[in-house]
Write a protein that binds this ligand. Structure first.
Ligand code: GLC
Length: 478
């Protein structure tokens, strides 16, 4: 073989027309520099596999008597041990406190899963001062929202059964007893930690003579997601929330739940376990892939050092991670060289909603991207398309990493359950509003579990509230 055969010869004819049709906007040496800087965000197959194994190990520890307290994945039993059959009927109230919004919902069920339930719903935006107040103020706020809803709907029925979705880590002692272990997602009302949330809620209820509801169950949003998904699809066994926060629950066989004593274990074949996997990484399990940007976002959060996995995968944080990376690129003069970026230096200036918007544009078009950037930068000055490409690239890297990590988490739970075929109910605004989350996660789970593994990711809408109302129905009918 001569040297000329090995190296493809240069084309004799240069297709100028085709080349003129499009020119790269990001100079390739800048692009390379940006890629090198962002390289730490890339999760290799090997890293994803390591994360999967470590999550599985922490789940095992969380379930065990000996290691439960020290596991970053606590695996709290939820006491949800009966699931809906589809035959539930009647009217039930749900109140759902999870993050950005509080929702109150009245659900009327008609005794068949083929008959659509009637749902009326009201959203309330939880004021920032309530998120960081005394516990009494939080529960009074919730009860006031319930009263407003009942008044608006003209509901006067007494002892209306209520399901309360409370999406924060709780050590449950029963269906209506839950000790808050910590706040997450920007809430910080220190006097509630270590207290029974149900007692505080009931106290606030008893102070209002004008409403008559009966708390039937306190439930985490992941468990509510499973309950609502099972109502539609019997084979659902995992509930995943990818919203303001991130967490998963799954059905565990009772003999594997060491936390419960023998007597408790005899009663039911399974319990839904709230993994609280958002806390994974607190004991260094994710240090090998944490970046300087993750550390900065964690440090500036309301709960530094806690819920590390959540900060790499959920809506409250992904925008912040992107913003922090963009600032690095700005400081290295690789982005926004001719645009004012002072506003971008403010915490929270770039949100995960912006990330979702930006990734919705077709490649090469930046209509949504420019709108999002005008908001984030706080001005409508012309934005170079070169910068739009860069911003989109960073958004994609951050969401891809989140999907990889979530895929690893789901793979770990799937192995724990050893199921041949699995339905996973998923809820949360990030999963719903991001155009690619579903497909990237699906692909990653397939890669990690192998092509023979059969599973479905099924979106559950308003599952948090609906699941709580359904659970109240299951209990009321028992
Ligand atoms: C946070 C909470 C958890 C909840 C999740 C999703 O991680 O600690 O309880 O399920 O957010 O809302």
């Amino acid at each position: 073989m001569t040297e000329n055969d090995a190296i493809p010869s240069m084309p004799r004819y240069i297709n100028k027309d085709a080349i003129d049709a499009a020119q790269p906007l990001v100079r390739s040496d800048d692009q390379r520099k940006i890629e090198t800087i962002c390289q730490p965000l890339h999760i290799s197959n090997n890293a994803a596999h390591v994360v999967e194994k470590r999550i599985l190990a922490c789940v095992e520890q969380g379930l065990s008597q000996e290691h439960h307290e020290k596991s970053s994945i606590r695996c709290f039993p939820t006491y949800v041990q009966s699931l809906p059959t589809g035959k539930e009927s009647g009217a039930y109230l749900a109140v759902d406190l999870g993050g950005t919004n509080l929702r109150v919902m009245l659900v009327t069920l008609f005794g068949s899963r083929f008959e659509a339930p009637e749902i009326s719903l009201q959203h309330f935006q939880v004021p920032e001062n309530v998120k960081k107040s005394a516990g009494n103020a939080v529960f009074q706020y919730i009860v006031n929202c319930i009263a407003e809803f009942l008044g608006k709907e003209g509901i006067t029925k007494s002892n209306l059964p209520l399901g309360f979705t409370f999406s924060f880590p709780c050590e449950q002692r029963g269906l209506t007893s839950a000790i808050l272990t910590r706040w997450t997602k920007g809430f910080d009302c220190p006097d509630v930690v270590g207290q029974d949330v149900c007692v505080m809620f009931n106290k606030a209820l008893s102070e209002r003579q004008d409403i008559s509801v009966e708390l039937k169950v306190l439930i985490n949003d992941t468990a509510a997601c499973v309950v609502s998904s099972v109502w539609r699809r019997k084979s659902c066994r995992i509930g995943l929330i990818v919203g303001t926060g991130c967490n998963a629950c799954y059905l565990e066989q009772i003999e594997n739940i060491e936390l419960w004593d023998e007597a408790e274990r005899q009663r039911h074949p399974f319990s839904v376990i709230n993994t609280e996997w958002g806390a994974f990484g607190e004991y260094g399990e994710l240090d090998f892939i944490l970046t300087e940007w993750d550390r900065a976002v964690d440090k500036a959060s309301s709960n530094p050092g806690e819920h590390i996995f959540e900060k790499m995968t959920s809506g409250l944080y992904l925008g912040e991670v992107v913003r922090t990376i963009l600032l690095t690129l700005v400081d290295k003069r690789l982005a926004f060289r001719s645009t004012k970026v002072d506003n971008l230096r403010k915490n929270g200036a770039f949100s995960t909603t912006h990330v979702c918007q930006i990734e919705q544009d077709p490649i090469g078009e930046f209509r949504r991207c420019k709108l999002a950037l005008a908001e984030a930068l706080g001005h409508k000055d012309q934005i170079e398309e070169e910068d739009c490409y860069t911003v989109r690239y960073v958004c994609e890297e951050v969401t891809r990493r989140a999907c990889m990590l979530l895929g690893a988490g789901i793979a770990a739970l799937a192995r724990k359950m050893d199921f041949g075929e699995l339905v996973i109910g998923v809820d949360g605004a990030l999963f719903r509003n991001h155009p690619l989350f579903y497909s990237i996660m699906k692909k990653k789970i397939t890669q990690l579990m192998g092509a023979d593994f059969e599973f479905e990711l099924v979106q559950s809408r308003e599952g948090s509230g609906f699941g709580a109302a359904l659970m109240a129905a299951v209990l009321a009918n028992q």
